[in-house]
Design a protein around this ligand. Sequence first.
Ligand code: ADP
Length: 266
Amino acid sequence: MPDTLLKVENLKKTYESSTGIVEAIGDISFAMHQGELVCIVGPSGCGKTTLLKCVAGLLRPTAGVIELDGQPVTDPPENMALVFQEYGRSLYPWLTVRGNVELPLRHKKLSRAERDRLIDDALHAVGLDHAAKSYPWQLSGGMQQRVAIARAVAYQPEVLIMDEPFAAVDAQTRADLEDLVRTLHRERGMSILFVTHDIDESVSLGERVVVLSKSPTWVQEDLHIDLPEDRDQITTRAMPRFTELRTHVYEQIQRAKRGEAVRAQG
Ligand code: ADP
């Protein structure tokens, strides 16, 4: 069994608001191993954003433990990269594509040559070699999201967290970006925690799909996706097993929404 990379144990988060206490996350536990691609799905309002903010060290849990590489997460960890849905807000418009990819590397002690090599390699990996000198606003939404992904690839994080990264792009672009994520994972062994509300996306990308209950959240199911490693939009989605798995996850989410699933004790 590969090493545990990320551990979330008995995570609980309550918010105090003017209208009272909101128990957003009841009790979530799951672990992710080095080199895994794990998708998290759940009904809207189930606490996905809260969970990610805790994992990213941006929000302090009410109770429970989060560990990355055996170290407790109390602040944003250096060995983590994040890609959000709002690519427009995560890129700096006054920097070129190359400048945007380079930015986080400035905090690493690297020679100029090594930095350039990482940037060139990342731009090549996302298919943007030709756009290095462009500015983000000159690019389509899908290409801007590729820049955000290139920035994460160049940074070489231990884990890449993606929060509904393709929710704002058109269907064709989304399909291309999903294939890109699979390729990065397969060819570079990147460990990726991918949050989505799209059931098909979770099944086609993940090696595991963690289904969350409705709030106060717990892990309703941690499902192994036994599809072949080599996946693409057409072949994989045409497989009978894909249909079985997506139907299963869909039913689980319907149960979650209705609050029907009962949590096993112990
Ligand atoms: P998701 O990302 O799955 O839509 P969230 O993590 O945003 O879910 O929210 C989970 C629950 O916590 C919801 O009931 C939401 O209303 C509540 N919540 C989120 N942020 C706050 C906050 N700052 N104050 C009070 N309640 C919040």
